[in-house]
Design a protein around this ligand. Structure first.
Ligand SMILES: Nc1ncnc2c1ncn2[C@@H]1O[C@H](COP(=O)(O)OP(=O)(O)OP(=O)(O)O)[C@@H](O)[C@H]1O
Ligand SMILES: [Mg+2]
Length: 231
């Protein structure tokens, strides 16, 4: 579904992604892993068009999207949950969800019922301001907002960061339902090994801007974890 080929990216003089390849097969959950600062978020931003790449290709269903604007990528069916959630604290839950509606291909103008079904707390709190929600509820809101466009590919950057374990488990269960019941393809960054082992089908391990290993999640060996993940 998504193919990243030999992508190089720079912040000024600083070469951050090096000939990076990533394959995200349709219908599966792929987890990007790696220590702090290795370029995981930069890779997702490159896929979303939030940072420019110096060279390489990014194909979504065979179309090279590397020169397309971020909104155009969303319209193609890529939903994005950024690191740190970035919801609008002064807008209500429903207003936050409605932000994504213009990017829907069918021009539907109401929040899909499925989102409230997956996250009942968002229905209960639809009139509350985003900033008044707990961290875990804000993460659910950020995921709901990404789902508003009915994406075929959902990209999440550390959805479990700074959130209570029970909510992390709930989010994991929702991701699994989306994957299994709705056939959604998932690409996520997650540093927590148990979460990755439980929810991902495949992994891609980054170290200093390069992919150092990848494959079926069962192939993520303790030796790889020791060399490239544990501090
Ligand atoms: N806007 C920016 N300008 C300059 N350098 C940046 C910028 N954003 C990130 N970097 C640098 O690029 C490198 C990769 O950062 P990135 O945020 O992609 O890492 P990460 O793997 O997502 O880390 P974390 O696990 O902490 O989220 C780091 O050295 C970081 O300091
Ligand atoms: Mg990051």
């Amino acid at each position: 579904m998504l193919n990243v080929e030999k992508v190089n990216q720079f912040y000024g003089e600083s070469h951050t992604l090096w000939d990076l390849d990533l394959e995200v097969p349709t219908g599966q959950c792929t987890c990007v892993m790696g220590r702090n600062g290795v370029g995981k978020t930069t890779l997702l931003k490159a896929i979303m068009g939030e940072v420019a790449v110096a060279s390489g290709a990014i194909r979504f269903d065979g179309t090279d999207i590397v020169r397309r604007r971020p909104e155009a990528r969303a319209t193609l069916g890529i939903g994005y949950v950024p690191q740190g959630r970035q919801i609008f604290p002064l807008l209500t839950v429903e207003e936050n969800l409605r932000i994504g509606l213009p990017a829907r291909r069918d021009k539907k103008r109401s929040v899909p019922e499925r989102i409230y079904e997956l996250f009942p707390v968002l229905r209960e709190m639809r009139g509350r301001r985003g900033g008044d929600l707990s961290g875990g509820q804000q993460q659910q809101l950020a995921i709901g907002r990404a789902l508003v466009i009915d994406p075929r590919l959902l990209i999440l950057d550390e959805p479990g960061e700074g959130i209570q374990p029970n909510i992390v488990a709930e989010i994991g269960a929702v991701l699994r339902r989306l994957n299994q019941e709705d056939g959604l393809t998932v690409l996520l960054v997650e540093q927590k090994l148990p979460f990755a082992r439980k929810f991902a089908d495949r992994f891609a391990l980054l170290d200093r801007g390069r992919q150092v290993a990848g494959g079926a999640i069962g192939e993520l060996s303790d030796a790889l974890v020791k060399t490239h993940l544990t501090v």
